[in-house]
Every structure is written in C-alpha cells, then in structure tokens.
Write a protein that binds this ligand. Structure first.
Ligand SMILES: [Zn+2]
Length: 537
C-alpha cells in the first residue's frame, strides 16, 4: 500500500499476468460486439486490466478460449478478470451451468482473477428472497474450495444482500472468514440506475465494516465516472465498466459530472484525443457505427481521466474535497455525501492522521471529516488544561493562522502583557474556531488546526457544532471562571449562550465582551479589569 486518504488507498495487486495499481477500472469486454479491441484498450487507453464473462465465452466460443488460452484469444496481455455469469442470472433468470463447470472453465482458460458462481440479490426483492441469495452464495463459496485446483488465480468471494444491510453484514462476515483474495459487492447496478447513491453508501460501508479491511473490494457493475470518487473514498478498489459501451450504443456521452445525449451537445466539455479533434455536429454526421465507436472511446477516456484525478487527490490528501466537488454534480450524489455523517467513526478509524495538505472547509458537511472527529475525540480523551489555570479566556478564530500570531489577537496580547506573571499563569487562552471547536493556544500550530481554510459566513449547523464543543469543553474543565471574547458578527449569540449556560450549570463565573477592530482603549481596559477581578476573587 502506497498512499491512503479516507478509506481510499493506492495499492498494488499482484496477478499472474503482472502487477497492477489500484484503484483500478476493468473495461468489460464482450468479444462478440466489442467497439474497442482489447489490445487497443491497453496500448492506446492504458487500461492495465479488463474483465469478461466466462459464462458468455463458454456458451458462445465453447473450447476455443481453452485451446488458445484467454489472453491470446482476446489479444490482451494485461490482467484479465472473469465474471461467472452471475449477472446473467440476475437479468435473464436461471443459467444452465453449475458452479463446478464454470470454476474449471475459468481455470482452464487461465483467468488472472476469477469469480465463484454467486447469486446476485437484485434490487426489488423481498427480504426472504434476498436472504435465500445470501445463503446460497455462501453455500457455494464453501463448496468452491473443494473443487478449485489453481492457486495462482486470485479468487473473488462476492458479498450479497442488496439493500438489506443486515444481510450484507452477515454475507460479508461469512465471506471474510474464507480465504478469498478479493471480495466484491454485488448488485449495485440497479441501485445506481435508480440514483440511490445513498443506499450504495450504506451497502459499501456495511460490507467494508465487516470484511477483512486489507483485502481489495470490487464494486460490481459500477461503471460511471460520476460515482467513482465517492465509492473509492469509501474503500472500493476495483470497478468494472460495461457502461462505456452500453452508453455509446445509446448515443450517450459520459462525463464525471453526468451524462448527455450526443444530440444535446453543442460543445464537447472534454479534451480527450477524440473530443479535441471534432465537434458534436461533425460526429452526428457520421454513420451510427462510427458514432458508437467515437462515444465508446470518449467514454473510456472520461473514465480513465477521472481515475487519474482521483488517484492524484488521494496522493495530495484532498480526496474529501474532491468527492465534495463531485457530489455537487447531482442532488442524489449530494444526498449520499451527506450520509457520510453516519459513518464518520469508520472514516476516522482508517484515515491517516497527517496529510500533505491543509483542509478546505467549505460547508457543514465538512464536520463529518475524519480530522474533525479525530480532534474532537482526542481533545475529550487526552487533553486537560494546565493545572494552574483558573480562568479560561476564549477568543474567536482569526482570519490568519496560527491564531496566536494573527493581527486580531494582538490586542488581547497587549492586555495580557500588562498583567503580572503570577496572574498570567492563571489565564488559559483558547480559541473557538470552525470546524474544530475549542483550540487551546498551545496546540494551535499542531496539524491540521492551523492548516485549514474556512468559507464564511459559517452555516448555522457549523456555529451550533462549535457552540456545543465550547459548552462541553467548559463542562469538563476545572476553571473557576470563563471570559469570552464575543464575536456576534460571525457567531451570532450561539457560542455566548452555550458558554454561559455551561458556566451556570457548573457554577462558574462568566463574563463576555465584544472586541472590534476599531475598539477603543476603554474596551481593552475593561478586559484587563475583568481578568483581574476574576483572578483576585
Ligand atoms: Zn472526450
């Protein structure tokens, strides 16, 4: 594993045909109707792996791929994954093949990554039906180990259960106990077609939580660039896309922000080699087959470009920001993004604590960021204020950071400088700031407390979060009094009221004053008096 961000990781997957980097997209190959040849996929488009359907191969080409070997048969020397035909069961119902047959076929043709014959749960099924697919898939998974013969193939143990999360959990726990090298999450295609990305978040997180975290997770049938970043952020490592070809056949143009019909476009919003040479009108003048090939090729570029951007975002430690931008492409994606709130502990558990870049905090969704969760828990569990401090002086966040070096804080510094040392020791300065809450001055240069940028005005949700953090910080402290530098312009009255209430509950003295840029000397004198009074009592 090379780089991590959120649950995403850049890793290496060793197959018998070579090592590939993950996250990885496998274009789906259908030899009968393939718009772009497998060899071009590797050489021109840079796809290091492809996936094809062993069931279709067997049905249509019988022993041919066995005799030549799968790689030669497809004319592809990268890693080849095979699916077992499970999806055909889902779409056409039933399949006249048994598991032993399809396992030995995948071994005979020499797949690099191969799949057991699972039973996809599907979308519109009752809990009972869903449960049956989970049980039968588990039974076949256990059975599989009796008749597999090749250990140089990476075997995929699919997790089923659909939107029934308790079944997904059970399926993941049981599959995870078996020695599969890769897991896959089944049936998301229909979830995505109905734009239920929020359900997808639940499904992925449930699977992820219950599977061995180090094993790669493949998200079956999730081939649209609009959702790659979200799924990768949640820990999906492998994807397959039939969509690039299916969409092309329907004259649809994929982008990371959504889909257009070719006929709707006046301009191509893309700089791929296809789109930079022609206009939509010129493409519309071509034959139907040429249009389809043009679109398939563009769609592939759209997918691979998005993978590169996501991987760079992982390296930069900016995947949250990246997913956030993408989430604004469609309300259904934003709904899914907001769901991350429910999984912030899981995200925090696996997120690296130090990254190479600061955080951009754009809106209250950012409160679910692992860095925020991490800081809140650490402050609660591991921090106690200096023993000698009797008065908490709470100052608002400043525009520049670190806070204690900012110009706005200099006025307060001036007052503190006037005080005698024995008084100064008893004052503990903390800042209240979005999105982290209370930041003790002595910590304000610790990553990422100064390495973040906010957008203002702050949303009400953020203000309430910080106000709550202030209240609970005061609530668990041992101060005798609190002096708040109140900033009604940025924080309304919420921080003040929350702080005051917490002081009242604990029987602490509470004073506040408003400090403005053009504050006169009088205000500073007042601050001095308040501090002195607090300390002399
Ligand atoms: Zn393009």
């Amino acid at each position: 594993m090379k780089e991590k961000d959120l649950l995403a990781r850049i890793g290496k997957l060793r197959t018998k045909s070579g090592t590939v980097e993950t996250p990885l997209l496998f274009p789906v190959i259908n030899p009968a109707i393939q718009p772009v040849t497998p060899s071009r996929l590797k050489e021109e488009f840079g796809f290091e792996a492809i996936i094809t359907n062993a069931y279709i191969l067997k049905k249509r080409y019988l022993n041919q791929p066995v005799e030549t070997g799968l790689h030669k048969f497809l004319g592809y020397d990268g890693a080849i994954m095979t699916d077992s035909g499970a999806y055909q069961i889902l779409i056409y119902g039933g399949v006249e093949i048994d598991q032993a047959e399809i396992i030995s076929y995948q071994e005979a043709i020499g797949s690099d990554i191969a799949t057991i014959l699972d039973i996809p749960t599907g979308w519109k099924v009752t809990k009972n039906q869903a449960s049956l697919t989970v049980e039968e898939t588990l039974r076949r998974a256990k059975d599989f180990f009796k008749f597999k013969t090749r250990d140089d193939i990476l075997w995929v143990g699919p997790v089923q259960g659909g939107r029934h999360l308790d079944l997904v959990a059970k399926s993941a726990i049981e599959m995870g106990k078996m020695p599969f090298q890769i897991h896959a999450l089944g049936s998301p295609t229909e979830v995505m077609e109905s734009y239920r990305f929020d359900v997808l978040v639940d499904m992925i997180m449930t699977a992820k939580k219950n599977l061995p975290i180090e094993r790669p997770l493949h998200l079956f049938g999730a081939g649209h660039p609009i959702m790659f970043s979200l799924a990768i952020a949640l820990g999906c490592d492998l994807f397959d896309s039939a969509a690039y070809a299916l969409y092309a056949r329907e004259k649809r143009y994929m982008t990371e922000n959504g889909t257009w019909r070719l006929s709707e476009l006046d301009y191509f919003p893309c700089q791929c080699p296809k789109c930079s040479r022609e206009t939509p009108n010129e493409v519309l003048d071509k034959s139907a087959k040429e249009q389809e090939i043009f679109l398939a090729e563009h769609n592939l570029y759209a997918c691979s470009g998005e993978f590169r951007r996501i991987k760079q975002a992982i390296r930069d430690g900016r995947l949250w920001e990246y997913v956030e931008i993408r989430a604004h492409s469609h309300p259904a994606l934003l709904t899914a993004f907001k769901k991350l709130k429910e999984y912030k502990d899981l995200l925090e558990k696996h997120n690296p604590t130090v990254k190479r870049s600061g955080l951009f905090f754009s809106n209250s969704e950012g409160l679910s960021r692992p860095e925020v969760t991490h800081y809140r828990e650490r402050l609660k569990e591991r921090y106690s204020h200096p023993e000698e401090s009797k008065v908490l002086l709470l100052a608002p966040q400043t525009y520049n950071k670190p806070f204690h070096k900012a110009r706005e804080f200099q006025k307060i510094q001036q007052v503190l400088k006037i005080l005698e040392n024995n008084m100064l020791n008893k004052i503990h300065v903390c800042f209240y700031a979005a999105p982290f809450g209370v930041i003790p001055l002595e910590l304000d240069e610790v990553y990422p407390l100064s390495q973040h940028d906010n957008s203002v005005p702050l949303e009400d949700t953020t203000i309430c979060y910080v106000a709550n953090e202030v209240a609970s910080f005061v609530g668990r402290s041992h101060y005798e009094g609190v002096v708040l530098v109140h900033d009604p312009h940025n924080w309304s009255d919420r921080v003040k009221s929350a702080c005051k209430k917490s002081c009242l509950d604990k029987g602490l003295k509470f004073n506040y004053l408003v400090l403005k840029e053009d504050s006169t000397k009088n205000i500073l004198t007042r601050l001095e008096m308040i501090l002195r009074k607090n300390l002399s009592e």
